[in-house]
Unconditional design. Structure first.
Length: 291
Protein backbone atom coordinates (compact mmCIF):
# COMPACT_ATOMS: atom_id res chain seq x y z
CA UNK A 1 0.00 0.00 0.00
CA UNK A 2 1.11 3.58 -0.48
CA UNK A 3 2.68 5.24 2.54
CA UNK A 4 0.81 8.31 3.75
CA UNK A 5 3.51 9.44 6.16
CA UNK A 6 6.61 7.27 6.65
CA UNK A 7 7.60 9.31 9.70
CA UNK A 8 4.40 8.83 11.74
CA UNK A 9 5.25 8.52 15.44
CA UNK A 10 2.41 7.57 17.80
CA UNK A 11 2.72 9.11 21.26
CA UNK A 12 1.61 7.64 24.57
CA UNK A 13 -0.66 10.60 25.37
CA UNK A 14 -2.65 10.01 22.17
CA UNK A 15 -3.32 6.30 22.79
CA UNK A 16 -3.35 5.75 26.56
CA UNK A 17 -6.86 6.95 27.40
CA UNK A 18 -6.28 6.84 31.18
CA UNK A 19 -3.06 8.73 32.08
CA UNK A 20 -3.03 7.02 35.49
CA UNK A 21 -2.91 3.52 33.97
CA UNK A 22 0.17 2.39 31.97
CA UNK A 23 -1.98 0.03 29.88
CA UNK A 24 -4.36 0.36 26.96
CA UNK A 25 -6.15 -2.41 25.03
CA UNK A 26 -7.49 -2.17 21.49
CA UNK A 27 -9.25 -4.92 19.56
CA UNK A 28 -8.88 -4.37 15.82
CA UNK A 29 -11.46 -6.52 14.02
CA UNK A 30 -10.82 -6.07 11.24
CA UNK A 31 -7.40 -4.45 11.45
CA UNK A 32 -7.58 -1.35 9.22
CA UNK A 33 -4.85 -0.38 6.83
CA UNK A 34 -2.48 1.95 8.62
CA UNK A 35 0.62 3.79 7.39
CA UNK A 36 4.14 2.91 8.43
CA UNK A 37 4.62 4.16 11.98
CA UNK A 38 6.50 3.81 15.25
CA UNK A 39 5.42 4.52 18.81
CA UNK A 40 6.87 5.70 22.11
CA UNK A 41 5.58 2.66 24.01
CA UNK A 42 5.79 -1.12 23.80
CA UNK A 43 3.02 -3.18 22.21
CA UNK A 44 2.00 -6.78 22.84
CA UNK A 45 0.22 -8.18 19.76
CA UNK A 46 -2.01 -11.27 19.69
CA UNK A 47 -3.26 -12.23 16.23
CA UNK A 48 -6.86 -13.36 16.74
CA UNK A 49 -7.64 -14.44 13.17
CA UNK A 50 -6.61 -13.96 9.56
CA UNK A 51 -3.20 -13.42 8.00
CA UNK A 52 -0.95 -10.56 6.91
CA UNK A 53 2.63 -9.56 6.25
CA UNK A 54 4.13 -7.70 9.18
CA UNK A 55 6.80 -5.27 8.02
CA UNK A 56 9.16 -4.01 10.73
CA UNK A 57 12.27 -1.98 9.98
CA UNK A 58 12.08 -3.10 6.33
CA UNK A 59 11.83 -6.83 7.16
CA UNK A 60 8.58 -8.57 6.11
CA UNK A 61 7.40 -11.57 8.15
CA UNK A 62 4.09 -13.45 7.65
CA UNK A 63 1.73 -13.55 10.65
CA UNK A 64 -1.36 -15.67 11.28
CA UNK A 65 -3.98 -16.51 13.90
CA UNK A 66 -2.40 -17.47 17.24
CA UNK A 67 0.85 -15.58 16.70
CA UNK A 68 2.03 -13.51 19.66
CA UNK A 69 4.86 -10.97 19.57
CA UNK A 70 6.06 -7.74 21.12
CA UNK A 71 6.87 -4.61 19.12
CA UNK A 72 9.41 -2.50 20.99
CA UNK A 73 9.16 1.27 21.07
CA UNK A 74 10.73 3.34 18.29
CA UNK A 75 10.63 0.65 15.57
CA UNK A 76 8.88 1.43 12.28
CA UNK A 77 6.26 -1.15 11.30
CA UNK A 78 2.95 -1.80 9.54
CA UNK A 79 0.75 -4.65 8.27
CA UNK A 80 0.46 -5.34 4.56
CA UNK A 81 -1.47 -7.92 2.49
CA UNK A 82 -4.24 -8.13 5.09
CA UNK A 83 -6.62 -11.10 4.74
CA UNK A 84 -9.31 -11.04 7.44
CA UNK A 85 -6.74 -9.86 9.97
CA UNK A 86 -8.01 -9.24 13.52
CA UNK A 87 -5.74 -8.62 16.46
CA UNK A 88 -5.50 -7.45 20.04
CA UNK A 89 -3.09 -4.59 20.68
CA UNK A 90 -2.06 -4.24 24.30
CA UNK A 91 -0.03 -1.07 24.73
CA UNK A 92 2.06 -1.00 27.88
CA UNK A 93 4.74 0.98 29.67
CA UNK A 94 7.15 -1.59 31.12
CA UNK A 95 8.88 0.95 33.35
CA UNK A 96 5.67 2.25 34.90
CA UNK A 97 4.48 -1.34 35.44
CA UNK A 98 7.76 -2.13 37.26
CA UNK A 99 8.24 -5.20 35.05
CA UNK A 100 11.92 -5.23 36.02
CA UNK A 101 10.85 -6.36 39.51
CA UNK A 102 8.47 -9.19 38.52
CA UNK A 103 9.55 -12.70 39.52
CA UNK A 104 8.35 -13.78 36.08
CA UNK A 105 11.89 -12.87 35.05
CA UNK A 106 12.90 -16.37 36.18
CA UNK A 107 11.17 -17.71 33.03
CA UNK A 108 13.34 -17.94 29.89
CA UNK A 109 10.18 -17.44 27.81
CA UNK A 110 9.63 -14.02 29.37
CA UNK A 111 13.00 -12.78 28.17
CA UNK A 112 12.59 -14.41 24.76
CA UNK A 113 9.16 -12.81 24.22
CA UNK A 114 9.64 -9.38 25.79
CA UNK A 115 13.38 -8.64 25.34
CA UNK A 116 15.14 -10.84 22.79
CA UNK A 117 12.60 -11.30 20.00
CA UNK A 118 11.76 -7.57 19.65
CA UNK A 119 15.44 -6.76 19.11
CA UNK A 120 16.13 -9.64 16.73
CA UNK A 121 12.94 -9.08 14.74
CA UNK A 122 13.99 -5.51 14.01
CA UNK A 123 17.49 -6.54 12.94
CA UNK A 124 16.87 -9.78 11.05
CA UNK A 125 14.14 -11.57 9.15
CA UNK A 126 13.17 -13.47 12.28
CA UNK A 127 10.53 -16.17 11.83
CA UNK A 128 10.56 -17.29 15.46
CA UNK A 129 7.55 -16.34 17.57
CA UNK A 130 5.12 -17.75 20.08
CA UNK A 131 2.29 -19.64 18.36
CA UNK A 132 -0.73 -20.37 20.55
CA UNK A 133 -2.97 -23.40 20.13
CA UNK A 134 -6.72 -22.89 19.79
CA UNK A 135 -7.18 -23.72 23.49
CA UNK A 136 -4.42 -21.33 24.55
CA UNK A 137 -5.80 -18.57 22.32
CA UNK A 138 -9.24 -18.99 23.88
CA UNK A 139 -7.73 -18.65 27.36
CA UNK A 140 -5.84 -15.53 26.31
CA UNK A 141 -9.04 -14.12 24.82
CA UNK A 142 -10.73 -14.49 28.20
CA UNK A 143 -7.95 -12.59 29.96
CA UNK A 144 -8.11 -9.83 27.35
CA UNK A 145 -11.89 -9.50 27.72
CA UNK A 146 -11.52 -9.18 31.50
CA UNK A 147 -8.76 -6.61 31.03
CA UNK A 148 -10.94 -4.56 28.67
CA UNK A 149 -13.85 -4.72 31.14
CA UNK A 150 -11.70 -3.37 33.97
CA UNK A 151 -10.25 -0.53 31.92
CA UNK A 152 -13.67 0.52 30.62
CA UNK A 153 -15.79 0.09 33.77
CA UNK A 154 -13.28 1.89 36.00
CA UNK A 155 -14.81 0.38 39.14
CA UNK A 156 -12.77 1.34 42.25
CA UNK A 157 -9.68 -0.84 42.28
CA UNK A 158 -9.61 -1.15 38.47
CA UNK A 159 -5.99 -0.02 38.18
CA UNK A 160 -4.80 -2.85 40.43
CA UNK A 161 -7.08 -5.35 38.68
CA UNK A 162 -5.97 -4.26 35.21
CA UNK A 163 -2.30 -4.44 36.16
CA UNK A 164 -2.88 -7.86 37.74
CA UNK A 165 -4.64 -9.16 34.63
CA UNK A 166 -1.78 -7.96 32.45
CA UNK A 167 0.62 -9.78 34.80
CA UNK A 168 -1.46 -12.95 34.43
CA UNK A 169 -1.37 -12.60 30.66
CA UNK A 170 2.39 -12.03 30.62
CA UNK A 171 3.00 -15.03 32.89
CA UNK A 172 0.73 -17.30 30.83
CA UNK A 173 2.36 -16.33 27.54
CA UNK A 174 5.86 -16.68 29.01
CA UNK A 175 5.03 -20.15 30.31
CA UNK A 176 3.63 -21.14 26.92
CA UNK A 177 6.84 -19.96 25.27
CA UNK A 178 9.06 -21.76 27.80
CA UNK A 179 7.11 -25.04 27.86
CA UNK A 180 6.29 -25.52 24.18
CA UNK A 181 9.01 -23.82 22.13
CA UNK A 182 8.96 -23.90 18.36
CA UNK A 183 12.08 -25.27 16.72
CA UNK A 184 13.01 -21.78 15.53
CA UNK A 185 12.80 -20.46 19.11
CA UNK A 186 15.26 -22.82 20.79
CA UNK A 187 18.23 -20.48 20.27
CA UNK A 188 16.38 -17.51 21.71
CA UNK A 189 15.23 -19.52 24.72
CA UNK A 190 18.81 -20.54 25.45
CA UNK A 191 19.75 -16.87 25.65
CA UNK A 192 16.64 -16.27 27.74
CA UNK A 193 17.75 -19.09 30.03
CA UNK A 194 21.09 -17.34 30.57
CA UNK A 195 19.30 -14.09 31.45
CA UNK A 196 16.91 -15.95 33.78
CA UNK A 197 19.92 -17.64 35.41
CA UNK A 198 21.19 -14.21 36.48
CA UNK A 199 17.76 -13.35 37.91
CA UNK A 200 17.56 -16.54 39.99
CA UNK A 201 21.23 -17.08 40.96
CA UNK A 202 22.34 -13.49 41.56
CA UNK A 203 23.65 -14.37 45.06
CA UNK A 204 26.17 -16.78 43.55
CA UNK A 205 29.44 -16.18 41.71
CA UNK A 206 28.33 -16.17 38.06
CA UNK A 207 30.92 -16.13 35.30
CA UNK A 208 30.68 -15.02 31.70
CA UNK A 209 31.89 -18.47 30.63
CA UNK A 210 28.98 -20.07 32.48
CA UNK A 211 26.40 -17.78 30.86
CA UNK A 212 27.84 -18.21 27.36
CA UNK A 213 27.80 -21.97 27.79
CA UNK A 214 24.13 -21.88 28.78
CA UNK A 215 23.32 -19.94 25.61
CA UNK A 216 25.44 -22.28 23.41
CA UNK A 217 27.33 -19.25 22.06
CA UNK A 218 30.89 -17.98 22.16
CA UNK A 219 31.59 -15.42 24.87
CA UNK A 220 32.02 -12.65 22.32
CA UNK A 221 28.79 -13.46 20.46
CA UNK A 222 26.85 -13.86 23.70
CA UNK A 223 28.07 -10.52 25.06
CA UNK A 224 27.05 -8.73 21.87
CA UNK A 225 23.57 -10.28 21.77
CA UNK A 226 23.06 -9.71 25.50
CA UNK A 227 23.99 -6.03 25.22
CA UNK A 228 21.72 -5.58 22.19
CA UNK A 229 18.76 -7.09 24.07
CA UNK A 230 19.25 -5.78 27.61
CA UNK A 231 21.21 -2.59 26.98
CA UNK A 232 24.17 -3.49 29.18
CA UNK A 233 26.80 -6.19 29.55
CA UNK A 234 26.01 -9.48 31.36
CA UNK A 235 28.23 -8.58 34.33
CA UNK A 236 26.80 -5.06 34.56
CA UNK A 237 23.31 -6.55 34.45
CA UNK A 238 24.22 -8.94 37.28
CA UNK A 239 25.28 -5.92 39.33
CA UNK A 240 21.98 -4.15 38.55
CA UNK A 241 19.97 -7.21 39.61
CA UNK A 242 21.90 -7.46 42.88
CA UNK A 243 21.32 -3.77 43.61
CA UNK A 244 17.61 -4.10 42.79
CA UNK A 245 17.28 -7.04 45.16
CA UNK A 246 19.19 -5.17 47.86
CA UNK A 247 16.85 -2.19 47.46
CA UNK A 248 13.88 -4.50 48.01
CA UNK A 249 15.44 -5.78 51.24
CA UNK A 250 16.28 -2.28 52.42
CA UNK A 251 12.61 -1.34 52.07
CA UNK A 252 11.28 -4.51 53.65
CA UNK A 253 13.60 -5.20 56.59
CA UNK A 254 15.74 -3.62 59.31
CA UNK A 255 18.69 -5.93 58.64
CA UNK A 256 22.14 -4.31 58.70
CA UNK A 257 23.20 -2.89 55.34
CA UNK A 258 26.37 -4.99 55.27
CA UNK A 259 24.34 -8.15 55.86
CA UNK A 260 21.98 -7.24 52.99
CA UNK A 261 24.97 -6.58 50.72
CA UNK A 262 26.39 -10.05 51.38
CA UNK A 263 22.95 -11.67 51.05
CA UNK A 264 22.65 -10.16 47.56
CA UNK A 265 26.00 -11.41 46.27
CA UNK A 266 28.33 -8.52 47.09
CA UNK A 267 31.57 -9.46 48.87
CA UNK A 268 32.66 -5.95 49.80
CA UNK A 269 30.46 -3.37 51.53
CA UNK A 270 32.31 -0.38 50.03
CA UNK A 271 31.93 -1.80 46.52
CA UNK A 272 28.25 -2.43 47.26
CA UNK A 273 27.76 1.20 48.27
CA UNK A 274 29.44 2.43 45.06
CA UNK A 275 27.31 0.12 42.89
CA UNK A 276 24.12 1.03 44.74
CA UNK A 277 24.71 4.75 44.31
CA UNK A 278 25.53 4.26 40.64
CA UNK A 279 22.19 2.53 40.02
CA UNK A 280 19.89 4.25 42.53
CA UNK A 281 21.57 7.69 42.72
CA UNK A 282 21.51 7.32 46.54
CA UNK A 283 23.63 5.48 49.07
CA UNK A 284 21.98 2.48 50.74
CA UNK A 285 21.62 4.45 53.96
CA UNK A 286 20.04 7.42 52.15
CA UNK A 287 17.71 5.06 50.27
CA UNK A 288 16.55 3.41 53.49
CA UNK A 289 15.85 6.80 55.12
CA UNK A 290 13.47 7.85 52.36
CA UNK A 291 9.85 8.27 53.54
Amino acid sequence: MAMKNPDTVLSKKDFFEDPSLPLQVYIRDPQPEFPLHSHGFDELVIILKGTAMHVIDEHAVPVKSGDVFVIARNHMHQYQELHGLALANILFDARALLMEEWDIRALPGFHALFSIEPVFRAQHKLLSRLQLSEHQLNHVNGLIRNLIHETMAKTPGYRVMASGLFMQLAVYLSRCYSNEPARESIGLLRIGDAIAHIETHYTEDITLDELAEKSHLSKRHFQRIFHDCIGRSPIDHLMHVRVRKAAEQLRASDSPITEIAFDCGFHDSNYFTRCFKKVMALTPREYRRQP
